[in-house]
Write a protein that binds this ligand. Structure first.
Ligand SMILES: O=C(O)[C@H](O)COP(=O)(O)O
Length: 316
């Protein structure tokens, strides 16, 4: 059996599959060459992250494919239902990257409330000429402790984000029609466990009551946060999007940052990815990262290992 990991895979994932007798190819083949490559090398399983698209046309063109694996959560780059209708296994790793994404959300939040994204860009290169002025302009930061974090989408990542928020001393509210009740369990360094029972709230309540909002919902057909939602938020709210670009209206977001409704935004994903709009890239109140929520060594190790286990079970 031959596996092509087109967007890369961890060394331990490769090792597991090789030990089970699979041949693993890690060449990155350009999208337009992919069908030829898969046919020429008689690839049985195609593994991707978010960069490679696995659409109907590719599936139709590759008769050797038995499995499509997404190393990560979002399957919006794969025509899942179509592949399944062709009896191709489609797998992902829904829980392996939750903590990494949650930590990135907090990197944006901590950076946001202390203006780090802007301070980094503006620190004086020579001498201390404007150090004092800079200190003054960034001296109205706030603490996260005691504030309310509103989480849209309470799956694995939303819940991992809630754990960190509780640890920091924040109040947590969430909105997820599919998770009416949730129990968050925190395990401390000494093994002690504390559980918190939470209940889903209405979207309008979350929007009205949150000091900070973090989005953890899959790709959507229409905006979840648009002009109207932004206008109903608390003045000075901070928003983090490490989910998918299309869930928030970037034009409305920039407008809300400019009129002061939103004080800062942390974006890991973009409407026009991989080429975010210049207005977003240059905005002094937006903390930016290039879709790296799951890009930690630990998450990628877990993803590689989990994919390998599933592939061995399904194809061996
Ligand atoms: O859906 C996911 O798992 C994340 O968006 C990560 O995407 P990536 O694997 O392309 O980094």
């Amino acid at each position: 059996m031959k596996i092509l990991a087109n967007d890369g895979i961890s060394i331990n994932g490769i090792a597991k599959m090789e030990k089970a007798g699979f041949e693993v190819l890690t060449t990155t083949v350009a999208q337009e060459q992919l069908a030829n490559y898969i046919n020429e090398h008689k690839i049985d399983a195609l593994l991707v992250r978010s960069a490679t698209k696995v659409r109907k046309e590719l599936i139709d063109a590759c008769s050797t494919l038995k499995l499509i694996g997404r190393g990560g959560v979002g399957m919006d780059n794969i025509d899942v239902a179509y592949a399944k209708s062709k009896n191709i296994h489609v797998i992902n790793t829904p829980a392996a990257s939750s903590e990494s994404v949650a930590e990135l959300v907090f990197a944006h939040l901590f950076g946001g409330v202390r203006f780090l994204y802007d301070a980094n860009r503006n620190m004086p290169l020579e001498g201390d000429s404007n150090f004092k002025e800079l200190k003054k302009s960034y001296s109205k930061g706030t603490e996260l402790r005691g504030k309310t974090l509103g989480i849209f989408g309470f799956g694995n990542i939303g819940q991992a984000t809630a754990k960190l928020a509780i640890g920091v001393g924040m109040n947590v509210v969430y909105c997820d029609p599919e998770v009416e009740n949730a129990t968050i369990e925190l395990t401390f360094f000494d093994g002690q466990k504390v559980t918190f029972a939470l209940k889903s709230t209405k979207k309008s309540e979350l929007i009205k009551n949150s000091d900070y909002i973090s989005l953890h919902i899959p790709d959507q057909q229409s905006y979840v946060i648009g002009k109207e939602e932004l206008s109903q938020m608390k003045k000075g709210v901070g928003i983090v999007n490490a989910a998918r670009g299309g869930v928030i209206d970037e034009v409305a977001l920039v407008e809300a940052l400019e009129n002061g409704t939103v004080s800062f935004a942390g974006l890991d994903v973009y409407e026009s990815e991989p080429r975010p709009e210049m207005k977003i890239l240059m905005h002094p109140s937006i903390s930016l990262s290039p879709h790296i929520g799951a890009a930690t060594l630990e998450a990628q190790e877990r993803i590689g290992s989990e994919l390998a286990n599933q592939i061995i079970t399904l194809l061996k």
